[in-house]
Design a protein around this ligand. Structure first.
Ligand SMILES: Cc1cc2nc3c(=O)[nH]c(=O)nc-3n(C[C@H](O)[C@H](O)[C@H](O)COP(=O)(O)OP(=O)(O)OC[C@H]3O[C@@H](n4cnc5c(N)ncnc54)[C@H](O)[C@@H]3O)c2cc1C
Length: 386
């Protein structure tokens, strides 16, 4: 093989791009980021990119908290809008949410509980309070532009001496015994000290080329974009709505990305061949739930709708880090429909793990090895609510 890099990262979604940048920041010598299309052309480019910190484990809460720092520091480059984040909680989950907030505050998350009266004061002009037990509110959270965020990471990576190859598909990983030694592209083979598999929903196929297993469901996720009628009070925040299983976030003035959240029916699909457009029944279902909870959205115009992919792991937590008994290979996939906002923080800790061999014990648990060890995670809400 004529070429050799210290680390090759496959996939320039938000995960691969963030990691590549952090590796260079840590002083890793030759780092290559390989993308078969262009940055953010996978799930990242279609992400709702809601940035929130409400999670039910200290690991995820502290990662979301740390990533928020990146979004705040790089706000302009990432298109980060600090509009605040509201989590609408049904009565049956109020105690769980409050307990999680106590844990979150312990890792530095700024969050407040809004009982129905306080919520009505904040949101009563556009929110139907029926069946809402209360809400958590994070004033520092909001949403980002997923494409600009990824492009910003790629730019920072290049500025620190990293090399990017777009429109370069990795055809397979090269393996010798217990070691991954590099990869094969249309333009030839490349040797690598470490290969990072950040190929999102396509990660299992890439891993399989070297006999490495990744247990993952690839699910079709639809989203819609609505424009509210002018002159009405409209939702002011990014919102997860556990009462009606929806989510919503502003998309500039008067427009909103709206999708269905957990629980719902999930549809497995082939990541190389799935329907990119939305289903009529889905749009109608979203509209019904949207106007029920946010009555001032009645008469809103549908401006866009589409489908993309979730890469869902066995426990909805990503696979991150090396594996026992296999050198030269590292996972960074399985965002499970909530991986955008945590990617910058995962990238920072994974870069330290790869570059210096240092890893925090809770972070080390993200390794794929957790499945064999029967140490998978359990979030208190289920699905990608974490
Ligand atoms: C509709 C939708 C809404 C979402 N909403 C949110 C949200 O509100 N908040 C949140 O935090 N998360 C959200 N997510 C999840 C989040 O967007 C993803 O977890 C995250 O963007 C995944 O990034 P990634 O880099 O891991 O994967 P991807 O973005 O899928 O990137 C993988 C990249 O690898 C490339 N690739 C694959 N195979 C190869 C190969 N063989 N050779 C070279 N390149 C290859 C692909 O082209 C792609 O660019 C949402 C996801 C979707 C789909």
């Amino acid at each position: 093989m004529s070429e050799r890099f210290d680390v090759v990262v496959v996939g320039a979604g938000v995960s691969g791009a963030s990691l590549a940048w952090h590796l260079k920041k840590r002083g890793v010598g030759r780092v290559l980021l390989v993308e078969r299309d262009r940055p953010a052309s996978g799930g990242t480019g279609k992400s709702a990119a809601i940035v929130r910190q409400h999670y039910s484990t200290p690991l995820m809460a502290r990662l979301a908290r740390a990533a928020l720092d990146t979004f705040q520091k790089k706000a302009k480059a990432c298109g980060f809008e600090q509009v605040g984040y509201l989590f609408l909680v049904p009565p049956g989950q109020v105690e769980t949410a409050k307990n999680n907030m106590t844990m979150q505050r312990g890792v530095g998350v700024e969050t407040e509980w809004l009982d129905p009266a306080a919520l009505a004061t904040r949101a009563g002009a556009w929110l139907n309070m029926d069946g809402v037990g209360g809400a958590t509110f994070e004033p520092k959270a909001g949403y980002a532009d997923p494409v600009r965020t990824t492009e910003a990471m790629v730019a920072a990576f290049k500025e620190t001496g990293g090399e990017v190859r777009e429109r370069t598909a990795v055809r397979g990983l090269l393996r010798s015994g217990d070691r991954v030694t590099g990869l094969s592209t249309d333009a030839g083979d490349i040797a690598a000290g470490t290969v990072v598999n950040a190929a999102g929903p396509w990660a299992p196929m890439l891993a399989a080329s070297a006999g490495i297993e990744i247990e993952m469901r690839v699910l079709r996720e639809q989203d819609t974009v609505w424009e509210a009628r002018p002159g009405r009070p409209v939702p002011a925040h990014s919102i997860s709505n556990a009462v009606d299983a929806t989510y919503l976030r502003p998309l500039g003035a008067n427009r909103y990305i709206v999708g269905r959240g957990f629980p719902k029916d999930y549809v497995d699909c082939d990541p190389y061949n799935y329907k990119l457009t939305s289903d009529d029944w889905f749009v109608a279902e979203v509209q019904k739930r949207l106007t029920h909870r946010f009555p001032t959205m009645e008469g809103a115009k549908l401006v866009d709708s589409y489908a993309a992919l979730y890469d869902v792991t066995v426990d909805w937590y990503p696979y991150v880090g090396p594996r026992a008994g296999l050198s030269g290979y590292t996972d960074f996939s399985g965002g499970s429909g909530h991986g955008f906002k945590i990617a910058p923080a995962i990238a920072a800790e994974l870069a330290e793990w790869i570059a210096d061999g240092k890893v925090k014990p809770d972070f080390a648990r993200l390794s794929y090895d957790r499945i064999a060890r029967k140490e998978t995670f359990a979030g208190s809400y289920g699905g990608n609510r974490g």
